[in-house]
Design a protein around this ligand. Structure first.
Ligand code: NAD
Ligand code: DAU
Length: 351
């Protein structure tokens, strides 16, 4: 069999960097190509440990630029794609929806077109694997959960753009017989997450004794999964998922935001030698996010039963590992919290 050539988009971002590392280390026989435009969220420091691996190549390109993509496809002849590149932050989608239309919808359709054209004579290994989110299913109020069959009901510009890209992926499977698979995952946390998202933002602010901004009353619920567990799920689905199928990925781990932040405060008080209860005083309830989805809860039974995947870490354990990583990687945090992120932060939190 010919050597596998796998294109991973968005591999310099949070989840993408964990996926790239897993594939580069676990599959020395595969050639792994990380295509990333290095937006504010992309950071090659995330991949320092594997950047000189023989089976790893970085391609600096924009998925919205058809010429750059065409050039990369012609040069490297990828046989499969794991597509993670996206604008990923809900708050940014509220202030600049068009950026999400461009990257998440148009960028995805550009990739689909190239895959369709290059894989006209389909080979067994061809696969377009699209990484999506549970937010496409909308917001839950009651005790129900998101199943793969739950109708789409996106509520934010971010989730609307991801839902649209999912529809295009399925439409290319139906219309052009493109071999696709999709997974929809719940909230990830762990090392290398950009500090605009709740958990790393609070870790950074607790460390620096800055206010912890909680939207509304902090009652909203998210279902948290450690990022390396998501990367393992992606590995499993890539290798064993059925073409045309959708798999939900989640940690069976629902938490109210306020409880997540309180737990973080107590972990960090202990690790930083502060008096128990010290950091909780930093909690500050602020204006709610516009159209804030109340609750997400993923049912990942299909992935567990059909493909044998299970989350490996308890939440407390995963949060401790995450806090340790941020405390040990102060340079990483400092590099990205200076510069343009500072401007975003001041505007978003009206400081
Ligand atoms: P991220 O924002 O950390 O990283 C996104 C990456 O995409 C960055 O490296 C960025 O440079 C790159 N990128 C952005 N625009 C690009 C473009 N035009 N061309 C090429 N590269 C571009 O995102 P993340 O949190 O790692 O999420 C990755 C994927 O997983 C996204 O598709 C997201 O919707 C999905 N997802 C995320 C979560 C989560 O909790 N973070 C959960 C479920 C699904
Ligand atoms: O569910 C999967 C999604 O999870 C992914 O598709 C998205 O890419 C990812 O960003 C994440 O979306 P959320 O909006 O749930 O994540 P975020 O970390 O922004 O917010 C988590 C919760 O915390 C949410 O209810 C909003 C709240 N929040 C967030 C921030 C940034 C606050 O209360 N204060 C804040 O400052």
């Amino acid at each position: 069999m010919a050597k596998r050539k796998i294109l991973i988009t968005g591999g310099a971002g949070f989840i993408g960097s964990h996926v790239v590392r897993l594939f580069v280390n676990n599959y020395p026989d595969y050639d792994i190509y990380n295509l990333d435009f290095l937006t504010y969220a992309g950071n090659l420091e995330n991949l320092k440990d594997i950047e000189s691996a023989k089976n790893y190549t970085f391609i600096h390109a924009d998925i919205c630029n058809q010429d750059q993509l065409k050039d990369a496809f012609e040069r490297h002849r990828f046989d499969s794609i794991i597509h993670l590149a996206a604008e990923s932050h809900v708050d940014r989608s509220i202030s600049d929806p068009l950026a999400f239309v461009h990257t998440n919808i148009l960028g995805t359709v550009n990739l689909l077109n190239l895959a369709r054209d290059h894989w006209a004579e389909r080979k067994n290994e061809n696969l377009f694997y699209h990484i999506s989110t549970d937010e496409v299913y909308g917001s839950l109020e009651d005790g129900s959960v998101f199943l793969e069959s739950t109708p789409y009901d996106p509520q934010s510009p971010y989730s609307a753009s991801k839902a649209s890209s999912d529809h295009f992926v399925r439409a290319y499977n139906n219309t052009y017989n493109l071999p696709v698979v999709i997974s929809n995952c719940s909230n990830n946390y762990g090392p290398n997450q950009f500090p605009e998202k709740l958990i790393p933002l609070c870790i950074n602010n607790i460390k620096n004794r800055q206010p912890l901004p909680i939207y509304g009353k902090g009652e909203n619920i998210r279902d948290w999964l450690y990022v390396e567990d998501h990367a393992r799920a992606i590995d499993t689905i890539f290798h064993n998922g059925k073409v045309g199928e959708t798999y939900n990925v989640g940690g069976f781990n629902e938490w109210k935001n306020i409880d997540v932040v309180r737990l973080l405060c107590s972990i960090m008080d202990e690790k930083m030698g502060r008096t128990p209860g010290d950091s909780e005083h930093l909690i500050k309830f602020v204006k709610d996010r516009a159209g804030h989805d109340f609750r997400y809860a993923i049912d990942a039974t299909k992935l567990k039963m059909e493909l044998g995947w299970n989350p490996s870490l308890q939440f407390g354990e995963g949060l401790e590992k995450t806090v340790d990583w941020y405390l040990q990687n102060e340079d990483w945090l400092e590099h990205i919290t200076s510069g343009s992120y500072r401007q975003y932060y001041l505007k978003q939190y009206e400081i």
